[in-house]
Design a binder for this molecule. Structure first.
Ligand code: ZN
Length: 325
């Protein structure tokens, strides 16, 4: 390697304090560089200099972005090839490869995607649906099968039959899509606001559990800011809407959003026992005059809500603390 300035071919290597600016952030570290023995100027050394820029990228990713190890780990978690994973996030395969090798820094939009997938793995479902045109039918099926395991239970069970172990979060009952759909039909016959419907579903399962030690539907519930609701309820409502069980519309009236749900099919009472029907009727009667706000306030007084951590699943054990209706 020759010095550009004095053309001397004699050089030596020593530690050097690097300062890189990446996307406005200063990255400093020490690594080796080559110098001219004659004039002490820097001499270009492809290996050492590439190594330094990789360190700079790694340091930046570690501090402000996502590391190459994290990207590989994420892709492996979904069990996807580089080819399919790059289609999911919507980048070229060679771009993904350069991220995984630490040769470049994910741009801001990919960074946001990758970070949200790490935080909430089922984000991938939204991405797949958003990029659906990128996939052949075969690829789509392959991806769907591979990601099914990482989906939340309620969402997964809407798509595939399964035999999950009965536990305190599903109320020791098998997930019944039919019964869930029909409970929604029962409460939305004369149209219902989403907030109210979700609480009525909660009371149906929990009050039934209080009497019989099993839930009506096998649904899991979660503590959201505005009360106890079926976990992943948006997936449930969207699926109902897709299958033309309900009409799900959003109206905007002077700054407020009203999510209205209307039944599009007849309620099938034959799926339920008399005891179950009795509970459904009592709940409908109890909350008949309640607006969304009233039912939110009412449900906020439940131990099931108060004692469950935000966004966590609610144990059916709390059913015994709910006042009978
Ligand atoms: Zn020189």
């Amino acid at each position: 390697m020759k010095c550009d300035i004095c053309e001397s071919e004699k050089s030596y290597v020593k530690e050097y304090k690097h300062e890189f600016y990446i996307k406005g952030k200063k990255i400093t570290f020490i690594s080796k560089r080559r110098f001219c023995e004659n004039c002490n100027n820097l001499v270009y050394d492809p290996d050492l200099d590439n190594r330094a820029s990789e360190i700079a990228i790694a340091k930046y990713n570690e501090e402000y972005g996502i590391t190459k190890e994290e990207i590989i780990e994420l892709r492996k978690k979904y069990n996807l090839s580089q080819e399919l994973f790059s289609k999911v996030i919507g980048c070229a395969k060679k771009t993904l490869i350069s991220y995984e090798k630490g040769k470049s820094i994910p741009n801001d939009s990919y960074l946001i995607l990758l970070k949200s997938m790490r935080a909430k793995p089922d984000t991938i479902k939204t991405l797949i649906d958003a990029n659906i045109n990128q996939f052949t039918d075969k690829e789509y099926e392959k991806i769907s099968n591979k990601i099914i395991d990482i989906l939340p239970n309620n969402t997964k069970r809407l798509i595939v039959n399964n035999n999950d172990q009965p536990n305190e979060y599903n109320g020791y009952s098998k997930f019944s899509k039919e019964k869930i759909y029909n409970i929604i039909l029962f409460f939305s016959k004369e149209a219902v606001l989403k907030t109210k419907l979700l609480k009525e579903m909660f009371y149906s399962d929990f009050l039934y559990y209080k009497n019989s030690c099993k839930s009506m539907t096998g649904l899991e519930y979660a503590r959201l800011p505005y009360g106890p609701v079926p976990d992943q309820f948006e997936d449930i409502l969207n699926k109902c809407s897709q299958e033309k069980i309900i009409d799900y519309t959003v109206d905007f009236i002077s700054d407020y959003e009203f999510h209205n749900i209307y039944a599009k099919k007849e309620f099938d009472a034959s799926l339920f026992t008399n005891e179950e029907l009795d509970i459904l009727k009592k709940i409908k009667k109890k909350f008949k005059s309640f607006g969304s706000k009233d039912i939110v306030e009412f449900s906020h007084k439940e131990r099931a809500f108060i004692e469950t951590k935000p966004l966590s699943k609610i144990s059916y054990d709390y059913a015994f603390d709910i006042e009978s209706i």
